[in-house]
Design a protein around this ligand. Structure first.
Ligand SMILES: C[S@@+](CC[C@H](N)C(=O)[O-])C[C@H]1O[C@@H](n2cnc3c(N)ncnc32)[C@H](O)[C@@H]1O
Length: 304
């Protein structure tokens, strides 16, 4: 099934073909994923142009060093003390799930996990892994009320929300989808950490038997907006005989490609976060402050 919930796009259903007017009702009655009721999304694209499109095929290799299993275990440890209040197979909604790294690991731990992501390519890759993922904007997707035991937004998804209104919309999606007492666990760029150790040019390498990646990240600060534009340049060396990760036929000769994307991230301050969370009836349970050179502030909040 191909569904798109970004602005000005209609649904295309493999059973019925392109949908005429009334797409939301069609999807709701015929092909909805459990727990989700899609609605037409009129929001402007959130992320920078082409963000998480051309890079998506290389995302898993670039983050092969990210320990999703350990991170899922940490989420499990946060949820476990609330076991009595959770469903037997607790339902988790992963907002901005990407290619599904946390979803896969949480499934292994017995969670029933649904993902939402705006990027067509990231969603395609997550679905190839057999994951239950819907393409939608987390700010405007309509999720079945009070259905989930926990909502996640991990690896800076909240920092991709550039304005207070965008962040509020994300928090409102979490509020709407959570059962009373449910937990919202997310991380974002911590303002004090970013100001203390401002982002600088970084280079990352990753490789497997077929592909070598070099990614250069050049940040440009916009302090009036609490934002950084990060210009990424990705060099991809595909070795002879390999099939490129982005698809196609096996290569006769080695080749090098260059891709660019700009991502805009916002850093946040405690007072901004508290105002929005309290305004949506969330009580902050814990805040895990970043370690040096890591901007990631993790917040666990309970919906009252
Ligand atoms: C850094 S990736 C993190 C992906 C995944 N959570 C992980 O840990 O690997 C950020 C993801 O957030 C998604 N994203 C950002 N803003 C979004 C929005 N408003 N709606 C849906 N997805 C969004 C992007 O498409 C991207 O896949």
């Amino acid at each position: 099934m191909t569904e798109t919930l970004t602005s000005n796009v209609t649904y295309v259903c493999p059973q019925c073909g392109p949908d005429p007017a009334g797409e939301a009702e069609h999807a709701r009655t015929h092909h909805t994923l459990e727990g989700l009721i899609p609605v037409a999304n009129k929001a402007e694209p959130l992320t920078s142009k082409e963000c998480f499109t051309s890079f998506a095929s290389y995302y898993d290799l670039l983050y092969a060093d990210k320990d999703y299993a350990a991170e899922a275990k940490q989420i499990h440890e946060i949820l476990r003390p609330h076991g009595d209040e959770l469903s037997e197979a607790p339902r988790v909604l992963d907002l901005g799930c990407g290619t599904g790294g946390h979803m896969l690991e949480l499934q292994k731990l017995g969670y029933e996990v649904t993902g939402i992501d705006a990027s067509t390519e990231m969603v395609r890759i997550a679905r190839e892994k057999g994951l239950h993922v819907r393409q939608a904007d987390v700010r405007t997707v309509h999720v079945k009320d009070s259905f989930f035991d926990a909502v996640l937004a991990l690896f800076h998804v909240a920092s991709y929300q550039r304005t207070i209104a965008d962040f509020e919309a994300l928090v409102d999606t979490a509020r709407q989808s959570l059962k009373a007492g449910g937990l919202f666990i997310f991380d974002l760029w911590d303002g004090p950490a970013v100001l203390t150790y401002p982002p600088s040019v970084r280079v990352k390498w990753a490789s497997d038997a077929h592909t070598s990646l070099v990614r250069i990240a050049r940040p440009h600060g916009r302090p009036m907006d609490s934002q950084f534009d990060i210009d990424y340049t990705l060099y991809i060396e595909s070795l002879a005989g390999s099939t490129p990760l982005a698809g196609g036929t096996p290569l006769r000769d080695s080749s090098i490609r260059k891709l660019t994307e700009t991502h805009t991230l916002r850093y946040w301050f405690g007072s901004e976060l508290r105002d929005v969370l309290h305004g949506h009836r969330f009580e902050i349970l814990t805040e895990r402050v970043p370690e040096r050179n890591d901007y990631s502030l993790q917040i666990v909040a309970r919906y009252r």
